[in-house]
Write a protein that binds this ligand. Structure first.
Ligand SMILES: Cc1ncc(COP(=O)(O)O)c(C=O)c1O
Length: 461
């Protein structure tokens, strides 16, 4: 293996102390002890870490990043195209929603204007777009558009035919974000306990139902029983946090067909899947794009440099005037980064190339991890540059140790919660190692990642 921890000790002990203190000041969202490392630099897929543990304080490590930083570092660290876009995006004036913006207009025209890059999914003239700071905020806006579609814009009277539409369908194991409005969409208890619950009896109240994801029979049954009450369906085309679960072929198109037939809005949460499946959007199959009423994209959209999301909605879906104005709606800087990043991905053919690298990676992960370490890994799933390797029950109890071993072996990767216990006799899904590579990753880097993960798993005793 070519990798070895950099031998030199950190000469600047004071900086390490400041890193340790500052890391302590950062709210720990995970409850458990966090990894004792801080990232202080990066280039492409390589990350420079400083060890903050008492035993090896100040040690430097150079890792390969198999996480793409919560699946957001589209082009890896420090990409020249992104750097140049950041420069350009700061020199183009300040705008509001009320004022058109060159960067915003050029970006949207390039994507959704005549002949635009995404018009196969979103035909020109039928959709409009708003921007937010994060995937969660994008989904909040999508939910707002859905909820307001029940009423006339000013007086909050039900639109004809919408009186009984008080239900949203979401899927077991879904993750759509952390903000308050989204909590009812999440069925897992530990995401919801102690937080506001939906109340269909309240004025403007809402009911949320959950069915298993990817089960055509459960879907058919649900629509047969409840379509007349259904306002919208919110779906991740590939469930991420649940352990990288793709539905069977035809499932998403069947869902879209049912929604269209029963006048139910279809919301695709593509925050995670955007640009990761070898295509811009995962809502598609062999017959082409699967139509949606609202699509939310994020993560890779910001090219690893800005946290941003886009909500692409049918034109007739809008919120009450001023109700959703935000300071952050497609400002020039994110627009410049998105446009240049997307142009670069297109010009270099990175979607196709990343899918090829991902296919090889999936094969090698299967052979080296599931084949080589069946005590630790059970199954490889996923598509394109977004893969999951599910852990065994025994390894799931030792995620902390496994993460440390992976870092010691020279690779940084993340773990998804897994779907856990599911209804209808479906099998338990354990926590899952998520490997998301920047679109720039080479086959050699993917191979090296497999070797390092296998080396880390070998040390898990
Ligand atoms: C499918 C999905 N939706 C929404 C979100 C929330 O995005 P953000 O963390 O940018 O708020 C995530 C983040 O992991 C996600 O995977």
């Amino acid at each position: 293996m070519s990798w070895a921890p950099a031998a030199r000790d950190d000469r600047d002990g004071e900086r390490t102390d400041a890193l340790a203190r500052g890391t302590e000041l950062h709210l720990n969202h995970y409850g458990a002890e966090r990894l004792p490392f801080a990232c202080v630099g990066g280039d492409g897929l390589e990350l420079d870490l400083v060890d903050l543990s008492p035993e090896r304080r100040g040690r430097r490590l150079r890792l390969l990043d198999a996480s793409a930083g919560y699946a957001s570092a589209t082009l890896g660290a420090g990409h020249p195209v992104v750097r140049a876009a950041l420069m350009r995006g700061t020199g183009v004036g300040n705008v509001t929603d009320e004022l058109g913006s060159g960067e915003r207009a050029e970006l949207l025209d390039r994507l959704l204007g005549p002949g635009g890059l995404w018009t196969a999914h979103f035909p020109t003239g039928r959709y409009h777009v708003s921007g937010r700071n994060s995937g969660s905020e994008g989904n909040e806006l999508a939910l707002r558009l859905v909820l307001e579609s029940r009423f006339d814009g000013r007086r909050l009277r039900h639109r004809p035919g919408k009186e009984r539409r008080d239900t949203i369908l979401a899927f077991q194991g879904a993750w759509h974000g952390w903000t308050g409005g989204l909590v009812p969409l999440l069925n897992r208890r530990y995401y919801r306990a102690g937080l506001p619950a939906p109340d269909a009896a309240a004025p403007y109240g809402l009911r949320v139902d959950h069915i298993p994801f990817g089960d055509p029979d459960a879907l058919a049954e649900y629509f047969a029983a409840s379509a007349d009450r259904l306002l919208a369906v919110v779906v991740e085309p590939i469930q991420g946090d649940a352990g990288i679960l793709a539905p069977p072929p035809g499932y998403l198109r069947d869902l879209a067909r049912r929604c269209a037939a029963d006048e139910v809005l279809l919301v695709a949460d593509e925050v995670l899947t955007f640009a990761k499946t070898g295509q811009w959007f995962a809502m598609r199959d062999a017959d082409g794009p699967v139509p949606t009423d609202i699509t939310v994209i994020g993560k890779f959209l910001g090219m690893g440099a800005v946290s941003t999301s886009m909500v692409i909605a049918r034109k007739e879906l809008a919120a009450r005037s001023s109700g959703t104005v935000t300071t952050s709606d497609l400002r020039p800087l994110p627009c410049a980064v998105i446009r240049d990043g997307i142009e670069h991905i297109g010009a270099e053919g990175l979607l196709r190339r990343s899918a090829e690298v991902g296919a090889r990676l999936a094969e090698r992960l299967d052979a080296a991890l599931v084949g080589g370490h069946p005590d630790v890994f059970t199954e490889v799933r996923g598509v394109g540059s977004m893969l999951g390797v599910e852990l065994t029950a025994a390894a799931a109890d030792r995620i902390g140790a496994l993460r440390t071993q992976l870092i010691e072996a020279g690779v940084y990767a993340e773990f998804m919660a897994g779907a856990g216990k599911r209804s209808g006799g479906r099998r338990y899904i354990h926590p899952t190692l998520r490997i998301v590579l920047p679109l720039t990753a080479t086959a050699a880097q993917a191979d090296e990642i497999v070797d390092r993960v296998a080396a880390g798993a070998r040390e898990l005793r």
